[in-house]
Design a protein around this ligand. Structure first.
Ligand code: MLC
Ligand code: AMP
Length: 444
C-alpha cells in the first residue's frame, strides 16, 4: 500500500480545505505529482510551512517523489533558519512539471520528513522520520480512534510539527478523511467547521472552554483529541460539561510519533494518556536503572519502542546514541503506569525542556540567544506554570540597563516568535550551588 493513498486516486471524490482554499483529492494529487516529479533526485526540499494549501501540496509532492521534506517554521528568525537549511542541506522548491500522473511509490524505509526539535541545549536537532514510521504511527491512531474516510478532521495547528503536519495532514491523506484546516486554531473557527474529529493542544482546548458558545457547537462531533502537552483536569472537565464529550488524550514525541492514547471505545480518564497504540511497547525505568512496577504511583522514566520510531538525529550520532537504551528510546518524561496499563505523564526529567502552548523550547537555546545581547551579563531561562500556555518562558537576567521588551524582541526575531520569553525578571545574581551551577529549582 502506498504511504498516501490520496495521491494515487484511491479515495474518489473527497476534498480538503486549508485556510479557506479547497482542493479535491484528484486536484491535490495532480498538483503534488507535478511538483514531485520536478523534485526527483534532490537531496531534500525546504518547505516554508505557512498554514496554507501551498504547504500541504509541497509536503505531499516531496513524499510522492521520495525526497525528504524539511518544514521550516514560517516565523523562524535568521539564526534558526540558517541552522536548519545548513544542517539539512535542503534546497528550495523547484517549479512544477507539466506531468501530473502518479509517481512510483518510494522505498518504505526512505526518509519522509526531517523535523527540527529543540533539546536542552544547542540548536534544534533534525529528527529523521522514515516513511514506514509514519505509516505505522498513523495506522495505530486510526485503530485507536476509529478514524476512517467517513470522518472530517478539523484543526488549525502549525504545519511544521508532528501534531499539525503528520497527524493533521498526512493522517487525512492516508485514511481518506476530509480535512478542514482553519488557518489558526481559534474557538470560532473550530465551531464553524462542523467536523467529526477535532485536534488541539491544551492551550487550544482551554481557549475553547473560555468560549462556551463555540464549545457547544462541537457537541455534534465524534471525537475531541488533545495532545502535545498535559491537558489540565479542569479543562478536561469543562470540555465535558460544555460539549458532552470526554476528550481523548494522547501522548507522543517528534522522535516516536504518538505512542499512547485513550481509545474511541475505551476509558478516558482525566490526567491520564491511556495505553500504547498498536505496535508500541513501553517501560518505566527507575533512578538505578531498574524496571519500575506498574502500581500507578511509582515514577520512572518512560521508555518506548515500536514501528513508528525515527531513524536518528541528522548529523548527530552522539545525540542519537545517547537517546537510546538498547532498542528503547528514552523519552525524558517521568510517568507512572497503573495495574491496568494506563499511563500518566507526571513531568519532564529535565527542567531545561519547556512546553509552551504545545511548542517544545530548549532553555539553553533561549539562554544562548539572550546571552548574545549586549545588556545581558548572565541569564537563566525557566518555564513557569501558566493557565493559558501550560508553561510560559521566563528569563532571569543579570545585566546593565536591561530593556525587557528589547530582549523579548531579540529572541522573537533571531529564533522564532514562540521561543520568546513572556517575561524578563532582572535580578542581582542567579542562585548557584557550590559547583557554580545555576539552581533553576530555586528560580521556579
Ligand atoms: C507576541 N506576538 C508577537 C510577539 N509577541 N509577534 C512578534 N514578536 C513578538 N515579540 C504575537 C503572536 O505572533 C500572535 O500574533 C499574538 O501575539 C499572540 O501570541 P501567543 O500568545 O503566542 O498566542 P498564539 O499565537 O495564539 O499561540 C497559541 C497557540 C500556539 C496555541 C495557537 O501556541 C500554537 O499554535 N501551538 C501549537 C503548537 C504545536 O502544534 N505543537 C505540536 C508539537 S508536536 P498573531 O497575529 O499571529 O495572532 C508534539 C508531539 C505531539 O508535541 O505529541 O503532538
Ligand atoms: P515534541 O518534541 O515537540 O514532539 O514534544 C514532545 C513532548 O511533549 C513529550 O516528551 C512530552 O513532554 C510532551 N507531551 C506530548 N503529549 C503530551 C501529553 N498528552 N501529556 C503530557 N505531555 C505531553
Amino acid at each position: 500500500m502506498s504511504l498516501l493513498p490520496a495521491l494515487t486516486g484511491a479515495f474518489g471524490d473527497g476534498s480538503l480545505s486549508v485556510a479557506g482554499e479547497r482542493l479535491t483529492w484528484d486536484a491535490l494529487a495532480a498538483r503534488a505529482n507535478a511538483l514531485g516529479r520536478a523534485m526527483q533526485g534532490l537531496p531534500a526540499v525546504a518547505v516554508e510551512a505557512t498554514p496554507t494549501m501551498h504547504t500541504v501540496v509541497a509536503v505531499a509532492a516531496a513524499l510522492a517523489a521520495g525526497v525528504p521534506a524539511v518544514p521550516i517554521p514560517p516565523d523562524a528568525g535568521p539564526s534558526e533558519r540558517d541552522h536548519i537549511l545548513r544542517d539539512s542541506g535542503a534546497v528550495l522548491l523547484p517549479a512544477p512539471s507539466a506531468d501530473t500522473s502518479a509517481l512510483p511509490e518510494p522505498a518504505r524505509d526512505s526518509t519522509a520528513l526531517i523535523i527540527y526539535t529543540s533539546g536542552t541545549t544547542g540548536a534544534p536537532k533534525g529528527v529523521v522520520m522514515p516513511r514506514s514510521a509514519i505509516a505505522a504511527g498513523l495506522d495505530g491512531l486510526a485503530d485507536a480512534w476509529a478514524w476512517t474516510g467517513a470522518d472530517t478532521l478539523v484543526h488549525g495547528l502549525p504545519l511544521f510539527h508532528v501534531h499539525g503536519l503528520v497527524l493533521g495532514v498526512l493522517g487525512p491523506l492516508r485514511v481518506g478523511s476530509g480535512l478542514v484546516h482553519t488557518g489558526r486554531p481559534t474557538p470560532e473557527a473550530y465551531a464553524a467547521a462542523k467536523g467529526s474529529m477535532y485536534f488541539g493542544v491544551p492551550t487550544v482546548w482551554s481557549r475553547v472552554c473560555s468560549d462556551p458558545a463555540s464549545a457547544a457547537a462541537l457537541s455534534g462531533a465524534r471525537l475531541l483529541v488533545s495532545g502535545s502537552a498535559p491537558l489540565a483536569v479542569k479543562v478536561f472537565e469543562t470540555l465535558q460539561s460544555l460539549t458532552g464529550h470526554l476528550p481523548v488524550e494522547r501522548y507522543g514525541m517528534t522522535e516516536t510519533l504518538i505512542t499512547l492514547s485513550t481509545r474511541f471505545d475505551g476509558e478516558r480518564r482525566p490526567g491520564w494518556v491511556g495505553r500504547p497504540i498498536s505496535g508500541v511497547s513501553t517501560r518505566l525505568i527507575g533512578d538505578d536503572g531498574e524496571v519500575v512496577e506498574h502500581d500507578g504511583v511509582t515514577v520512572g522514566e518512560l521508555q518506548v519502542k515500536g514501528a513508528a520510531m525515527f531513524d536518528g538525529y541528522l548529523n548527530r550520532p552522539d545525540a542519537t546514541s545517547a537517546s537510546f537504551d538498547g532498542e528503547w528510546f528514552r523519552t525524558g518524561d517521568a510517568a507512572v503506569i497503573d495495574a491496568d496499563g494506563f499511563h500518566r505523564i507526571v513531568g519532564r526529567l529535565s527542567m531545561d525542556i519547556i512546553k509552551t502552548g504545545g511548542f517544545k523550547v530548549g532553555a539553553g537555546e533561549v539562554e544562548a540567544a539572550l546571552a548574545e545581547h549586549p545588556s545581558v551579563v548572565e541569564v537563566a531561562v525557566v518555564g513557569l506554570p501558566d493557565d493559558d500556555l501550560g508553561q510560559r518562558i521566563v528569563a532571569y537576567v543579570v545585566g546593565e540597563r536591561v530593556d525587557a521588551a528589547a530582549l523579548i524582541e531579540h529572541v522573537a526575531s533571531t529564533l522564532s516568535v514562540h521561543k520568546r520569553p513572556r517575561e524578563v525578571r532582572v535580578v542581582d545574581a542567579l542562585p548557584r550551588n557550590a559547583m557554580g551551577k545555576v539552581q533553576k529549582n530555586l528560580l521556579r
